[in-house]
Design a protein around this ligand. Structure first.
Ligand code: PRP
Ligand code: URA
Length: 211
């Protein structure tokens, strides 16, 4: 297994993923779960944020204590489904900027088609976490990260998904070996339509109630 892959097997994350997979979970609960899982994953994905010591005054005395050292972060959801993770991430890192990359998979070729890209103007100075609940073939994640690198962003890119197929993990690790991948579950395989098995179905449709 790639040392750039971390499967977040915390019981709270696993429990919520089981609820997500259930086809009887409706859009409202599905959206809430996606955000809650994103928040739990954000906690771990920001573990390496650099710290610095500052001097503060407690009600008792002057003390030195640690804060995050002002490094800039951007969250980049891949539309549509990645949008479902943004609020959970911002709940923990409210000062982060948010860029958007719009992509959909062509139904016949299963290849991603990009239709939108709007990034923070200082993206090359920021650490980036790309958000998408699903890593299936890996095509969308690879193209989104290609796009970020074209915009000068390259020093610290992480990819966070909730469910990944082995095929997607392999393709993304090969295309972008520098990118740390966080996922909640590594599933069995892809089916003939390139959906993740057992997966949770179409994440965008389930978040936005479009099917
Ligand atoms: C889904 C998902 C990913 C992509 C993953 O988006 O949210 O972006 O498929 O598949 P891949 O790894 O094979 O590229 P989809 O194309 O369904 O678009 P949507 O979010 O707008 O529904
Ligand atoms: N996109 C989804 O939303 N689900 C899958 O299983 C694969 C791609």
């Amino acid at each position: 297994m790639s040392d750039k892959l971390m499967i977040m097997d915390h019981p709270l994350i696993q429990h919520k993923i089981t609820l997500l997979r259930d086809k009887n979970t409706g859009s409202k609960e599905f959206r809430e779960l996606i955000n809650e899982i994103a928040m739990l994953m954000c906690y771990e994905a920001t573990r390496d944020l650099p710290m610095k010591e500052v001097e503060i005054e407690t009600p008792i005395c002057i003390a030195r204590s640690s804060i995050i050292s002002g490094r800039k972060i951007a969250f980049i959801p891949i539309l549509r489904a990645g949008l479902g993770m943004v609020d959970g991430m911002l709940a923990l890192v409210p000062a982060a900027k948010v860029g958007h990359i719009g992509m959909y998979r062509d139904h016949e070729t299963h290849l991603p088609v990009e239709y939108y890209c709007k990034l923070p103007s200082d993206i090359e100075e920021r650490d980036v976490i790309v958000l998408d609940p699903m890593l299936a073939t890996g095509g969308s994640a690879i193209d989104a990260i290609d796009q970020l690198k074209k915009h000068g962003c390259g020093h610290n890119i992480k990819f966070m998904c909730i469910i990944a197929a082995p095929e997607g993990i392999e393709a993304l690790s090969k295309a972008h070996p520098d990118v740390q991948i966080y996922c909640g579950a590594k599933d069995d395989c892809l089916n003939e339509n390139k959906y993740i098995v057992p997966g949770l179905g179409d994440a965008g449709d389930r978040i936005f109630g479009t099917k």
